[in-house]
Design a binder for this molecule. Structure first.
Ligand SMILES: [Zn+2]
Length: 156
């Protein structure tokens, strides 16, 4: 049976996110339909409250989202991690869509290494190839549609 996240671990996750100048919200309703997301502007990480039921899932999501904060600060996949997306040109949007999958895989590699340091007994659960389709259908679609003006400030 999956082990639940302890109060101490939850505090540890909050402290880790704070180190990256972020904040954690436990949510029951994520805008993206993903298990976690990060607002690139406010640096708020939202994760599904249900993920507290499983340490492996919880830490995988937390570190994945922190990985996006790392990318913002270290200029990795900058267009994908640009907060002010109202200012993206058509060319930028195209670049965002074309590099998204590689950016997500980079974040997964980063998160995997961090989890190995933190909890080596836990196996990192990242995006697998089936998520590529999900990413295109549920997230990247907004950047492909030129009529879509709403600013999508989060990343999954
Ligand atoms: Zn991601």
């Amino acid at each position: 049976m999956a082990k639940r996240v302890s109060k101490k671990e939850l505090a540890q996750a909050r402290a880790l996110i704070k180190e990256y100048r972020g904040k954690l919200y436990l949510s029951t309703n994520l805008t993206s339909g993903a298990a976690g997301e990060v607002n690139l502007e406010t640096r708020c990480i939202s994760i599904a409250r249900t993920s507290l039921a499983n340490r492996q899932i919880f830490w995988s999501i937390i570190l994945h989202e922190v990985g996006h904060l790392y990318c913002i600060d270290n200029n990795r996949y900058p267009i994908f991690h640009k907060a002010n997306r109202e200012r993206l040109t058509a060319r930028d949007k195209r670049a965002l869509v074309l590099t998204a999958w590689r950016a997500e895989q980079y974040v997964d590699q980063w998160a995997l290494r961090e989890l190995e340091k933190l909890y080596p007994e836990l196996e990192y659960l990242g995006y697998d190839s089936s998520h590529k389709r999900w990413l295109h259908q549920n997230y990247l679609c907004y950047f492909k549609d030129q009529r879509f003006k709403k600013n999508r400030v989060y990343s999954c």
